[in-house]
Design a protein around this ligand. Structure first.
Ligand SMILES: Cc1ncc(COP(=O)(O)O)c(C=O)c1O
Length: 382
């Protein structure tokens, strides 16, 4: 099998699985317990927190463990809105966010908050001038995706961060879930206050993630109970998942150094080969993230291509995993100005450092064959 659906989820690294198993077998105590056995689990979590903080260049106390990206985004957005509502009720985001950002924003609108959804250009990039123009004296939060999960466009985090550093009352949150280990991000240098990560996107395990929270920012807790994670996120810590996540992040950042060029070459090969096919329209920008290539095959639904490729042993997806079964055109593609029919024909190839050029060549060969077959069937129907 050739696995090209890494933006939906990645295959856990073998070492990550070993770590998870070992921690759960040998250190299954509750990290909050009084006894030393629980204390060992707490020690492992502290070490993982320190490793993660070092890897992303922030303080240990600024890491809040969560169950993943959806929870991290909910905590950041609702946590800020509810904590700072006395300061203002305006939130700015973009029209191409993941549902785990859009839905909390819609929920907040029902509660009386005012949300601006900024448009993007045809390459899926928001304008910094639009962000500035949207700021009002009531703005408390700006939340932008870093790397878009469907097309791989990269938002100008640096410029938005610089702009917002002049507005001390505005908190800046980034959804970095697709960027982690792929596109470098200097959190302090770009004045980012909150940043969401999810382990299963970098070969860690589903159900673990973390939120970077600058020490100056306060959050209204969204999951309350036993007061774990600085009283911001209650619930018995997922010791195995957390320790495995620290390992996965370290391995992913190492892979970025060692295999970053290869990933770029594979991406360029795919762009080049796909562009040769007159039936294909590429939606991903050329200067986007190297691991995502989104394109439409004119005349065929995306799901037909996905199933036909699966028969050839190649796993790709239509849009994002969470909306791919809804049979609605991708809202990200519509926001780029792509028409509905073309948007329904979209296919997303998403790579990891585990993929090879040989796999990309096999993919192109299979795609040619699939298209030839499907075109023949279509001609016969006409
Ligand atoms: C950009 C982005 N944000 C948030 C999420 C949600 O993360 P999780 O699956 O860990 O809940 C995803 C997952 O696809 C994503 O791609």
């Amino acid at each position: 099998m050739i696995y090209f659906d890494n933006s939906a989820t990645t295959k856990p690294y073998e070492e990550v699985l070993d770590t998870y198993l070992k921690v759960n077998r040998d250190f299954y105590g509750n990290a909050s317990s009084l006894h030393n056995f629980g204390g060992r689990a707490e020690g492992l979590i502290s070490k993982a927190r320190e490793q993660i903080a070092n890897l992303i260049g922030v303080k240990t106390s600024e890491i809040i463990f969560t169950s993943g990206g959806t929870e991290g985004n909910n905590l950041a957005i609702k946590g800020v809105a509810l904590k700072y509502r006395g300061r203002g009720n305006h939130i700015i985001t973009t029209s191409i966010e993941h549902p785990s950002v859009l839905e909390p924003c819609r929920q907040l609108e029902q509660m009386g908050f005012d949300v601006t959804y900024l448009p993007v250009n045809s390459e899926g990039i928001v304008s910094v001038d639009d962000v500035e123009a949207a700021l009002t004296e009531n703005t408390i939060l700006v939340s932008t995706i870093h790397v878009n999960n469907e097309i791989g466009s990269i938002q100008p985090i640096n410029e938005i961060g610089q702009l917002l550093s002049r507005y001390s009352k505005v908190i800046y949150h980034i959804d970095h879930i697709q960027g982690a280990g792929k596109i470098p991000l200097d959190l302090y240098g770009n004045s980012v206050d909150l940043c969401t990560f999810s382990a299963h996107k970098f070969h860690g395990l589903k159900g673990s993630g973390f939120l970077y929270k600058n020490q100056g920012v306060r959050l209204d807790p969204q999951v309350t109970g036993g007061n774990q994670e600085q009283k911001i996120r209650s619930g018995t810590e997922n010791t195995g998942g957390i320790v495995a996540m620290a390992k996965a992040l370290r391995m992913e950042l190492l892979a970025q150094k060692e295999k970053g060029n290869t990933l770029q070459q594979i991406s360029e090969f795919l762009f080049y080969e796909l562009m040769k096919l007159p039936q294909i329209i590429i939606h991903s920008p050329r200067n986007g993230a190297p691991h995502i290539v989104n394109f439409s095959v004119i005349g065929h639904k995306g799901e037909v291509i996905v199933h036909a490729l699966e028969e050839e042993g190649i796993i790709v997806s239509t849009t994002s995993a969470c909306s791919s079964k809804e049979n609605t055109p991708s809202s990200t593609l519509l926001a780029l100005g792509v028409n509905e029919d073309i948007a329904k024909s979209a296919v997303r190839v998403s790579l990891s450092y585990e993929n090879t050029m040989d796999e990309a060549q096999q993919f192109m060969k299979a795609l040619h064959e699939v298209l030839e077959r499907l075109n023949k069937v279509m001609r016969r129907k006409k």
